[in-house]
Design a protein around this ligand. Sequence first.
Ligand code: FAD
Length: 441
Amino acid sequence: MSTDARQFRRGADGYEEARRATVWNGLVPDRYPDLIVQAHDVDDVVATVTGAHGPFSIVSGGHSWAASHLRDGGTLLDVSRLDQCVIDAERMSAVVGPGKVGSALAAELDKLGLFFPAGHCEGICLGGYLLQGGYGWNSKVVGPACESVIGIDVVTADGQRVYCDADENSDLFWAARGSGPGFFAVVTAFHLQLHPRPAVCGSCLYIYPVEVLDDVFTWARRISPEIDDRVELQIITSRNLPALGLEHPTIVVASPAFADTEAEAEAALSILSSCPAVDRAIVKIPYTTTDLAGWYGAVMSNYPTGHRYVADNMWTSASAEDLLPGIHRIIETMPPPPSHFLMYNWSPSPARDELFYGLEDEINMALYAVWPDPADDERYRDWPRDNMAAMAHLATGVGLADENLGRRPARFATDQNMARLDILRAKYDPEGLFNSWMGRL
Ligand SMILES: Cc1cc2nc3c(=O)[nH]c(=O)nc-3n(C[C@H](O)[C@H](O)[C@H](O)COP(=O)(O)OP(=O)(O)OC[C@H]3O[C@@H](n4cnc5c(N)ncnc54)[C@H](O)[C@@H]3O)c2cc1C
């Protein structure tokens, strides 16, 4: 073990600080590992895995909404300090540690004219993000971020350092791309394929009063398959937007468009002015030039730090007619802001057979209950679960990015992929060292 590595036994000084530091969410679950180890290099990882007996969890950025890494008993390995990042601009590749922050990588690449589909919020680490799939900027074009992972370095349950890619240890490579908290080895580095940075990031913004909800969602569902892949339609509904002086529930329709020219971006976004309720929009900006930094700032206003969060979600291709009763219920029962309901459109691909990744579908609906006061825990924490459970008959499955599996077990991969993953887990982790998802169907 390196001299920098630190270990905290339950009850010892510094333990609670170390445990809380692994959770981004202000809602820190009452689950207590026996031992927390803060690794500083791969040798620390090997030493910790080799010496571990009980259930074993790993944390990178701690942005799992459910704090999936916090379990009772056993060992928690914190790899957030493995945040190395080596970019090879000429080969358009990078090798990054699991503790590397995705938004920081995006900013570094931006300066080099390069791009990687990092997540939509600041602070998310690549460890958990890439393992669960990674719905990132421009992912409708370049695919979920795990599709841009070309190799990984892992430490397996028997303490071996192993490199995996499409040719070497390809079964582990398959499992690592999409299984999230169900992966059964420690990732110490990701080898990434980078992309050219799109020249332009144009945007549009429309804000509608909730009274035209049926029009907006029926339209959004209808145009969903026609939307240019460079457009990420995001529809956010919340009870009010005090920052804009709006006191009534509103529906925000916004999208970036990544393109080669302003004209292309503007043309791609023009479909979003076709809503039949467009004349009722309180705010109407059909096109403006933006950048990724601006988008990060806007998105983060929905996710203030220190607040308590519970999320849940579903993939679906159901019609607006079928979805609307559930959408009405979501909005009628929604906690105060910044709680919100996000709907985004997606481009599912039938050809993603080289990875475990999910039950993606035409749209994703995600609910975020957000509140500052612990006294409101009981009041708000079940809002995402109850509403998603009520619509489960319309769902293809859930995305692991916003999973709530401990409180609502659900499907998130095909039966075939689940069966294959279980076989691989038995092969690579025969003693069942690693913890897995908190729930599954
Ligand atoms: C504010 C916010 C915004 C978000 N926005 C997006 C978004 O735009 N797109 C998106 O796809 N997701 C998004 N997410 C979800 C986020 O990507 C996932 O929760 C992801 O797991 C976070 O990565 P992490 O390393 O910070 O998480 P962690 O909580 O550290 O990791 C999650 C799980 O992954 C496993 N794990 C982590 N690191 C390793 C490792 N090195 N080796 C083996 N297993 C490991 C563990 O089982 C762990 O419990 C968002 C989350 C938050 C809180």
